[in-house]
Ligand binder design. Structure first.
Ligand SMILES: *Cc1c(COP(=O)(O)O)cnc(C)c1O
Length: 390
């Protein structure tokens, strides 16, 4: 439609009813009717386009997919009931028994569980590589390696993986490159541009942006998405039309919300950088981030998440959290409300102590999802909590 993200995420709207409504209607229906037995046959046979059943597709999920594909620069996609259904579906549909996944060690906690504890049950194995050690990844590729699975920036370590490197590496070894683009969103970073074959999302986070619904997305190359569609049609992780409708509406404001998340997060990160109460603060667009230049190369802004390690370890981190007055203590992120999380005891508690150490999740680590409140109020809350938790 347009070449601009803002316009497309508002104006792409394929589903109009005959009521001439301005805002997209909600199609709360499990199935769709046919005018004749012949139309039913031809639709099932893929000879003509048309909705059949909401486990396959629904106008609300199609709306959402078109908008996000336009933003990511991908051919096609599938919307799922949650981010994890998308992570699971992208791997389960494209691999088979005996295949091997090479993955970055820094992954969302449940994705880590999938690769470590779920897929081995069906003979799909994996190896983790360290982001700081790319020169040695060649050695981790096995004859049966079929997929490279990465997340950048990573959760919660905010490590940046060079997408250009990942694209070339995958091509050279004939691997399907899957990138979980949840933290950056397509507004800040488009992995397909660098060669990602599949882009996954937890739409629960920034795409919803207001902490209301769960949703996931698997987007990518048409031939691969065909495989994914076959899998999701018959295994049933479909998104509800209501959630797809919410998420499609949310796409309309993603750009302006991300602008504010990013400018607020930079200000909060700069505030922490100037205090003596921390061992470190990490934010992709803070010059002190070890991969600042790489972040600038592949992201248009730094995102809404910052991590910090407070002096005083676990006890200090918990005291700090308990002293916050406005910022919510909850496991979600990407919400309009600022959120604090202690990964070691919550989102990443299922990892062993050693696994946590390997991905830099110290006991004092705090993840702050910077919301859309006025930045002065966010800084004032963290500042009083720093004082009160000494
Ligand atoms: C939250 C999250 C997921 C899982 O998404 P759900 O919608 O909670 O199932 C996957 N990857 C990342 C990076 C996440 O932050």
């Amino acid at each position: 439609m347009s070449t601009h993200f803002e316009t497309n995420s508002i104006r792409i709207s394929p589903s109009k009813s005959n009521q001439k409504e301005h805002s997209a209607p909600l199609y709360l229906t499990s199935s769709f009717t046919f005018d004749s037995a012949e139309e039913a046959r031809a639709t099932f046979a893929d000879e003509i386009e048309g909705n059949i059943y909401s486990r396959y597709a629904n106008p609300n999920s199609s709306d959402l997919i078109q908008k996000v594909c336009s933003a990511e620069g991908t051919d096609d996609g599938i919307a799922t009931a949650s981010g994890m259904a998308a992570m699971f579906g992208s791997i389960a549909s494209l691999l088979q028994q005996g295949d091997h996944v090479l993955a970055a060690r820094s992954l969302f906690g449940s994705t880590h569980q999938l690769l470590t504890r779920v897929f081995p049950k069906w003979g799909i194995t994996s190896t983790y590589g360290d982001i700081s050690d790319f020169e040695n990844w060649e050695k981790l590729v096995q004859p049966n390696t079929k997929m490279l699975f990465i997340e950048t920036p990573s959760n919660p370590g905010l490590e940046i993986i060079d997408l250009e490197w990942a694209g070339k590496f995958s091509k050279a070894h004939n691997l399907i490159l899957v990138v979980d683009n949840c933290f950056a969103t397509p507004y800040l970073q488009q992995p397909a541009k660098w060669g990602a074959d599949i882009v996954t999302h937890s739409a629960t986070k920034y795409i919803d942006g207001q902490g209301r619904v769960l949703g996931g997305l698997i987007l990518g190359r048409a031939d691969l998405i065909k495989e994914v569609q076959f899998f999701t049609r018959h295994t049933g992780p479909a998104i509800s039309p209501f959630n797809a409708w919410i998420l499609s509406k949310s796409m309309e404001t993603l750009g302006v919300r991300m602008d504010r998340h990013c400018s607020n997060a930079l200000k909060v990160a700069e505030y922490f950088d100037g205090t003596k109460e921390i061992n470190f603060v990490k934010y992709p667009f803070l010059e002190s981030h070890p991969q600042f230049d790489l972040a600038k190369k592949q992201m248009s802004q730094g995102g809404g998440i910052i991590t910090l390690d407070l002096k005083g370890g676990l006890e200090r981190a918990q005291r700090f959290i308990d002293k916050l007055k406005m910022i919510s203590v909850t496991a979600n992120l990407g919400d309009s409300r600022s959120i604090v999380t202690h990964p070691a005891s919550t989102t990443h508690s299922k990892l062993s102590e050693e696994e946590r150490q390997q991905v830099g999740i110290t006991n004092g680590l705090i993840r702050l999802s910077v919301g859309l409140e006025h930045f002065e109020d966010i800084i004032s809350d963290v500042s009083q909590a720093l004082d009160q938790s000494k």
